[in-house]
Each structure stands twice: as structure tokens, then as C-alpha cells.
Design a binder for this molecule. Structure first.
Ligand code: ADP
Length: 208
């Protein structure tokens, strides 16, 4: 089964990706992880390192190339879960062409849907205890008194708003692309993780 998983920061995408790949026994392919690994190994072209470091996107042909190569490995034979890819319509088209050439196609696009207010609540309230490294959440998992709390720059309201805006502009064209093809499955991403997993599996096509 070939699945594309889409969800904003704070939607619980990582949690669902983990359960889905375990249960379906397919690899989890994250272009973000792949690019970070290439960067750490020193094999990523310097101009792409700069793009990543400045909040830009790596060019479509580069990420399509990474996915093309990775999905030809043996562990992808019964499918894979794509996370962070495609991010643009040309990437979605590239993926479609690449799979068609192998007589394959995306089986489902799972979109974890969480209202923006809820995402902001989830994302701006984490705090780290400087002394222990433990992460708390002011609402869901309040820190003990006496903790020395630190607020990550990335979790400040302006930064969170920026991250969510970026997600919204990315999906504005991508989701309609998959909707037109009848592949988009919008999953309510509010609830406990097990419940959401049930909704995800109910939305997947019959296993092949
Ligand atoms: P985020 O940090 O937003 O969660 P990722 O971990 O998915 O994003 O990716 C980290 C960085 O790698 C992105 O900011 C971008 O520069 C690059 N990247 C990842 N996936 C893609 C993609 N599909 N197309 C272009 N660039 C990508």
C-alpha cells in the first residue's frame, strides 16, 4: 500500500506515522529525515543545505530523485508511507509519473485535520525544564512547581503562526490535486491517538 500522510505541525502526524508503518509493515519515508541525513553525511549539495537552513524548499527534482531511488529498494516492495513529500503539485505530478512507470499508484492520501486554534494551543504551550530536559505542556501536562522552564523559539506564538501559515499555503494546491483524483481521506485529528488510528485505518482501502 502506498500512502501519503499529510498533517500540519502539531497534528500528531509522527505518532500516526509510527503506528501505521508498524501495522502495515511498510517503511516510513520522510524527505525531511532523508535530507537531514544527507546533510549530516556531507553528501547534500551546498545550495540545498542553504535552502534547508533558511526555511526554503529543496528543488523538486532533488526530492523526487531521492524518493525515486529510495522506493526502488527491496523494503518498499509491499508499499511505503510518504511523510513530508509531496509538498508541491510538481512533486505530486512527479510521483504520479514515477509510480505509473512502475504500474503503481498512490492508494490513499491521509490528511490529519485539526482546527488551527487547537494546533496553536498544542504548539505554543510546551515548556522544557532546563535542569532535567523534561518537556511539559502548560495545559496537558503541567510542570511541577520549581521547574526552570524554557520556551523554545520555535514554539513562540509568532513562530507557530508562521509554521502553520507555511503548511496552509503548501496544502492549498496539494489537497485539491488529490481530491480531484478521489484519493483524499480527511481524518478528524482531535481525540486520543488510538481513536485517531482507528479512523485512519477505517479510511484506508482494503489491504493488498
Ligand atoms: P519541518 O521541519 O517543516 O517539519 P521536514 O522535517 O519535513 O520539515 O523537512 C525539513 C526541511 O527539508 C524542509 O524545511 C525543506 O527545506 C526540506 N524538505 C523536506 N521535504 C521536502 C520536500 N518534499 N520538498 C522540498 N523540500 C523539502
Amino acid at each position: 500500500m502506498i500512502i501519503v500522510l499529510v498533517g500540519p505541525p502539531g497534528s500528531g502526524k509522527g505518532t500516526q506515522a509510527k503506528v501505521m508503518t508498524q501495522r502495515l509493515e511498510i517503511p516510513h519515508l520522510s524527505t525531511g529525515d532523508m535530507l537531514r541525513a544527507a546533510k549530516a553525511a556531507g553528501t547534500l549539495e551546498p545550495e540545498y543545505v542553504t535552502a534547508m537552513d533558511t526555511g526554503g524548499l529543496v528543488p523538486d527534482h532533488k526530492v523526487i530523485g531521492l524518493i525515486d531511488e529510495r522506493t526502488q529498494r527491496a523494503d518498499c516492495k509491499s508499499g511505503f508511507l510518504l511523510d513530508g513529500f509531496p509538498r508541491t503539485v510538481p512533486q505530486a505530478e512527479g510521483l504520479e509519473r514515477m509510480l505509473a512507470a512502475r504500474n503503481q499508484a498512490v492508494d490513499a492520501v491521509i490528511q490529519l485535520d485539526v482546527h488551527r486554534d487547537k494546533l496553536e494551543e498544542r504548539l505554543v504551550n510546551p515548556r522544557t525544564d532546563k535542569r532535567t530536559g523534561q518537556i511539559y505542556h502548560l495545559i496537558y501536562n503541567p510542570p511541577p512547581s520549581g521547574a526552570e522552564l524554557e520556551h523554545r523559539d520555535d514554539d513562540r506564538p509568532e513562530a507557530v503562526a508562521k509554521r502553520l501559515d507555511a503548511y496552509e499555503s503548501m496544502t492549498a494546491a496539494l489537497l485539491p490535486f488529490y481530491e480531484e483524483r478521489g484519493l483524499l481521506r480527511r481524518i478528524d485529528g482531535v481525540g486520543n491517538p488510538e481513536e485517531i488510528t482507528k479512523r485512519v485505518f477505517a479510511a484506508l482501502p482494503e489491504r493488498k
